[in-house]
Design a binder for this molecule. Structure first.
Ligand SMILES: C[S@@+](CC[C@H](N)C(=O)[O-])C[C@H]1O[C@@H](n2cnc3c(N)ncnc32)[C@H](O)[C@@H]1O
Length: 214
C-alpha cells in the first residue's frame, strides 16, 4: 500500500541517494525468485536504514528477519570499522541466497547470519547492542522487544518495521486477525513504556524508532 500519491513516492525516490548496483541486483533477484518479495525493505527504506546506522555508528547490530539480506547490508554500511551485525532468519531455504548477497556486498566479514527461530536464538546472545532492527513475524514483535530490551545499551536504538501494517492499525480488527492485533498491541506497549523515547516514522509501512533511556 502507498500512503502517499505515486507522484510523491517517485519524487522521494528521485531525491534519495540511488541504490548501489549490488543492492539493485538483490532487489531485482528477490522479486524474480523469492516468495513475498514485498517483504524486502527496498530503495528508500534501505537508504533510511543506512542513514540511521551511519548516524548511530554502531559497533553491534542485531537484526531479526534477514530475508534475502537487503536490510542487513544497508544497516552494515553504518557499522564501525570492527563492528558486526548479527542477523537471524528461520527460513533455511533463504540461507544460500542471503550468504551469496552478503558476499556480493563485500560486507560479509561484518555480517553474521544465524539460521533458526529468533525466539530461541535471542536468549542465547551475550552481546550488548547499539541497534536492533525488528522485522520478522508480527505476532512476536512484543516478545522480541522483551527479549532484546536488556541486551540494548542505554541510549541504544530499536527500530521496528511495518508498524502501520498497511494502515490496518487504525481499523477495528477481527479477533482472528492476529497480525494486526499484535502490531496494535506492540505500538501501544511502546507508547506507554516510560523507559524509552519513541517516534513513529510514516515511512513506507511505518518504522517505530525507539531510544532506550535507562
Ligand atoms: C519482512 S521479512 C525481512 C525483510 C528484511 N529485513 C529486509 O528488509 O530485506 C521477515 C523475515 O522474518 C523471517 N522470520 C519469520 N519468523 C521468524 C522467526 N520466528 N525467527 C526468525 N526469523 C523469522 C522470515 O523467514 C522472513 O525472511
Amino acid at each position: 500500500m502507498n500512503f502517499l500519491p505515486e507522484s510523491i513516492e517517485d519524487y522521494i525516490k528521485t531525491h534519495t541517494e540511488t541504490e548501489s548496483e549490488i543492492l539493485k541486483d538483490i532487489n531485482h533477484e528477490t522479486w524474480e525468485k523469492v516468495l513475498n518479495p514485498r517483504m524486502l525493505s527496498g530503495h528508500v527504506q534501505g537508504r533510511i536504514l543506512s542513514m540511521l546506522s551511519h548516524m548511530i555508528n554502531p559497533n553491534n547490530i542485531l537484526e531479526i528477519g534477514t530475508f534475502t539480506g537487503y536490510s542487513a547490508i544497508c544497516l552494515a554500511e553504518g557499522l564501525q570499522e570492527n563492528g558486526c551485525i548479527d542477523t537471524i532468519d528461520n527460513n533455511e531455504e533463504l540461507e544460500s541466497l542471503a550468504r551469496k548477497n552478503f558476499k556480493r556486498s563485500g560486507l560479509e566479514k561484518k555480517i553474521n547470519l544465524m539460521v533458526g527461530d529468533a525466539t530461541q536464538i535471542i536468549p542465547t546472545l551475550t552481546k550488548m547492542y547499539d541497534l536492533v532492527f525488528i522485522d520478522a513475524d508480527k505476532i512476536n514483535y512484543s516478545l522480541y522487544y522483551e527479549l532484546i530490551f536488556d541486551k540494548v545499551k542505554t541510549n541504544g536504538y530499536i527500530i521496528a518495521d511495518n508498524v502501520l501494517w498497511n494502515g490496518k492499525v487504525t481499523s477495528t480488527p477481527k479477533n482472528d486477525d492476529i497480525d494486526t492485533l499484535s502490531i496494535i498491541n506492540f505500538n501501544a506497549k511502546i507508547q506507554s513504556d516510560n523507559r524509552v523515547q519513541n517516534v513513529l516514522f510514516g515511512v513506507r509501512d511505518g518504522l517505530m524508532v525507539i531510544r532506550k533511556l535507562i
